[in-house]
Design a protein around this ligand. Structure first.
Ligand SMILES: O=C(O)CCC(=O)C(=O)O
Ligand SMILES: [Fe+2]
Length: 288
């Protein structure tokens, strides 16, 4: 693998991160989350991680092939980890990037999914893909639909299956295949994140170790008018969501997508109200 991903430290501002991300299709943000957040998430997810079955049958054979039988999954993270929902899903640096990248295409954005992807020994490399092709029916060319990240909970090294990324591929035609020399390995320390666009080609790497796992938090955000990959209202139902900060409720997709301001209409109302207002008033979920 012959190329690399630009890595920016904590001193980098939104405009530098943004220009790198838009130019290369990917960027590594060093130390995005701290050890306390990592530890809290690890503890909150430990029982789910232990219960997970790497050999699980997915909803169709394509997903079985995509993830293989050596990966532990914990899905629906905002419903299972308060720390994920309050510290990662609405992380100010990620939100600042989503504001810049997604708001030109929507009135608000929402979480697409939040998963722990723990690649195990013997796991094969995923096939290269673009996450945004979930919405293959959206005519091309189109504006930005998705910002995605993989955050290392332990050090991401090549041999444990660090994510493979193809810088620049967000501008490629759909049928161009990456040469080995065009693939970068998102090696990074625990707490760092590789952020990439929905149009950037990438794949989870092979885990060639005998006994090490590669826990990573995979989260992405998409335009608020899209159907999300994970059903976040079921993964984090109102009783749970109402206990979260309002910003988290909004990003979960409970907020109305109000395109009336652009001469359009609204989506996502309940009783002709914004569900987040209903939560605040104690009329939805168990909030106070
Ligand atoms: O596990 C990884 O590094 C990447 C996962 C991925 O690309 C996906 O689930 O779409
Ligand atoms: Fe992916």
């Amino acid at each position: 693998m012959g190329t690399s991903i630009a890595t920016l430290g904590g001193e980098a501002g939104t405009s530098e991160i943004l220009s790198t991300l838009l130019e290369d299709g990917a960027v590594i943000l060093e130390n995005l989350i701290g050890p306390g957040v990592i530890q809290a998430i690890q503890e909150e997810l430990a029982p789910f991680r232990e219960d997970s079955d790497p050999g699980m049958k997915h909803l169709n054979p394509v997903l079985d092939a995509f993830f293989g039988k050596e990966t532990r999954h914990v899905t629906g993270l905002p419903g299972k980890s308060f720390t994920f929902a309050s510290e990662v899903m609405i992380h100010p640096r990620l939100m600042a990037l989503c504001d810049e990248i997604l708001l030109p295409s929507c009135a608000r954005y929402q979480l697409n999914l939040g998963h722990l992807i723990d690649r195990g020994p013997g796991g094969q490399q995923q096939f290269f893909h673009r996450d945004e092709l979930v919405w293959v029916n959206v005519p091309r060319p189109h504006g930005q639909l998705q910002v995605a990240t993989m955050i290392a909970l332990e050090d991401f090294e090549s041999e444990v299956g660090a994510t493979r990324i193809v810088p620049g591929s967000h501008r490629w035609p759909l049928d161009r295949v990456a040469e080995d020399s065009e693939v970068a390995v998102a090696e990074m320390s625990a707490g760092s994140a590789v952020v990439y666009l929905g149009s950037t080609i990438h794949a989870g790497g092979a885990n060639t170790t005998a006994d090490r796992w590669r826990p990573g938090l995979h989260a992405s955000w998409v335009c608020g008018w899209l159907r999300t990959e994970e059903n976040n209202y079921l993964a984090c139902p109102p009783d749970v969501a109402s206990q979260l900060p309002r910003k988290a409720q909004e990003v979960l997709g409970y907020a109305v997508h109000d395109a009336i301001q652009f001469g359009g209409g609204f989506a996502g109302a309940l009783d002709l109200q914004d569900p987040c207002d209903l939560m605040e008033q104690g009329k939805l979920g168990g909030g106070d």
